[in-house]
Design a protein around this ligand. Structure first.
Ligand code: SF4
Length: 343
C-alpha cells in the first residue's frame, strides 16, 4: 500500500523499487587515495543522480543490477574512514582524530551496539522494523529515554556479521533496516561498510537527531531511503538547555530541507510539557511552510527520565508527563497546520 509522503519507500517494500544503497553499490568506483577520494566521490555523485532517475522512471528490475568489486558505496565507507582523522560527522565538529582520541560522542573508530531486533513499536508504515540500536549519541539530553544504551559500549559491530543479520531479519519479515541509537551519524562509516555487504533489497531508515553536517549529508543521502528524523525544539534556547547543542534551529531546518529534496521523511516530534508554544507550535508552523508533505508523527509518550527523574526539582518544568490540556493543544496545532499525520 502506498503511504503518502513515502511513495518511493512503499515501492521498495512492494518489490517495485530499489533501495538506494543497492544502486550506489552497482556503480563502479576507482580505488584512489588521499584527496582523490573526495574528488572521485563528487564525480560519482553526479552519476548516481542520473542512474537513480533512470531506474525510478523505468522501474528497472533488481535482477538486472551488476555489483562491481569496488563501488560508489565502498568508496563512501573509505571516504568516511579517512574523515575520521578529523571528525566532522555532526555539527559539534570536534575535529578530533578518532583513531587516537574521542570527541564529544565518546566514539572511537569502532562502533558498538546494544541490541537488534524486529521492532513492532515503530510507526505502522515501518513495522516490523529491523532496529539496530547503536551505542552513544551526539546529543546529551537531560531527559534521555535511552540513557542505558547511550553512555555504554556494549557489543562490537562486525560489519560482515551485521550484514548477515540484516539479511536474516529481512527473510524473517522485516520491512526495513532501521539504524538508530543513540544516534547513527557518528557510526556512518561502519554503516556504509555494513551495507556494502548486504545483498537484499531492504530499505534503509536513518533514525537521527538531524544534527549532522552538510559534509556528512553529501555522503549518506545516497543510501538513506527514509529519514526518520527527530525535530525536538522550536528554538536554540531549549536545545541548549535540554540537549547541550548550539545553533540547533539553523542546522536542523537546513537538514530537513535537504532531506526533503533528496529523499523521504518521517518526522517525529516528541511533545514536552510546558514546551507547546515555544517548540511544538514553531515546528508545526515551519513544517507546514517548508516541507508540507512529510509524514509527521506527533508523539505524546514523553516521560521524565535520566537526569530529570534524578533531579526533578532542577528540571521541574519537564519533570512530569503531559497533561490532558497539553495533548489537546498539540492536536489543535496539528489541525491548524494541516499536518500529514501518522495515524
Ligand atoms: S560525531 Fe560529532 S560528537 Fe562525535 S567526534 Fe565527530 S564531530 Fe564530535
Amino acid at each position: 500500500m502506498e503511504v503518502p509522503g513515502l511513495e518511493r519507500y512503499s515501492l521498495i517494500c512492494s518489490g517495485n523499487g530499489i533501495a538506494k544503497f543497492l544502486i550506489a553499490k552497482s556503480i563502479e568506483a576507482e580505488r584512489v587515495d588521499g584527496d582523490e577520494i573526495e574528488k572521485e566521490h563528487k564525480k560519482l555523485k553526479k552519476e548516481f543522480k542520473k542512474v537513480i532517475l533512470e531506474f525510478d522512471e523505468n522501474e528497472v528490475d533488481i535482477s538486472n543490477l551488476n555489483f562491481p568489486e569496488y563501488s560508489f558505496l565502498h568508496l563512501k565507507a573509505d571516504l568516511l574512514k579517512k574523515r575520521l582523522h578529523n571528525c566532522n560527522f555532526c555539527e559539534r565538529k570536534c575535529k578530533v582524530d578518532r583513531y587516537v582520541k574521542r570527541g564529544f560522542c565518546k566514539c572511537s573508530v569502532e562502533s558498538y551496539y546494544s541490541s537488534e531486533f524486529l521492532h513492532m513499536g515503530e510507526e505502522p508504515e515501518l513495522i516490523p522494523s529491523h532496529t539496530i540500536f547503536f551505542n552513544r549519541c551526539t546529543f546529551a539530553c537531560v531527559f534521555c529515554q535511552n540513557y542505558d544504551i547511550v553512555y555504554e559500549d556494549d557489543y562490537l559491530v562486525n560489519p560482515r556479521e551485521m550484514a548477515k543479520i540484516i539479511e536474516i531479519r529481512f527473510l524473517q519479515g522485516s520491512r526495513n533496516v532501521n539504524f538508530v541509537g543513540g544516534n547513527p551519524d557518528q557510526h556512518a562509516h561502519t554503516i556504509m561498510e555494513i551495507l556494502s555487504n548486504v545483498r537484499l533489497n531492504v530499505p534503509v531508515i536513518w533514525n537521527s537527531n538531524m544534527y549532522h553536517t552538510e559534509e556528512l549529508a553529501e555522503v549518506i543521502e545516497d543510501v538513506v531511503d527514509v529519514w526518520l528524523g527527530d525535530f525536538k525544539y522550536g528554538n536554540d534556547k531549549c536545545a541548549e538547555k535540554y540537549s547541550k547543542v548550539k545553533n540547533y534551529w539553523n542546522v536542523v531546518t537546513r537538514n530537513f530541507k535537504r532531506a526533503y529534496e533528496t529523499g523521504e521523511i518521517l518526522l517525529r516530534h516528541l511533545v514536552m510539557p510546558n514546551n507547546l508554544e515555544c517548540c511544538t507550535y514553531k515546528i508545526a508552523e515551519w513544517v507546514s511552510k517548508n516541507i508540507p508533505k512529510v509524514r509527521f508523527n506527533m508523539m505524546y509518550q514523553y516521560r521524565p527520565e535520566f537526569l530529570v527523574s534524578m533531579y526533578p526539582e532542577k528540571w521541574k518544568e519537564i519533570a512530569r508527563r503531559l497533561n490532558r490540556e497539553e495533548i489537546k493543544r498539540a492536536m489543535e496545532i496539528a489541525k491548524e497546520f494541516n499536518l500529514n499525520l501518522v495515524e
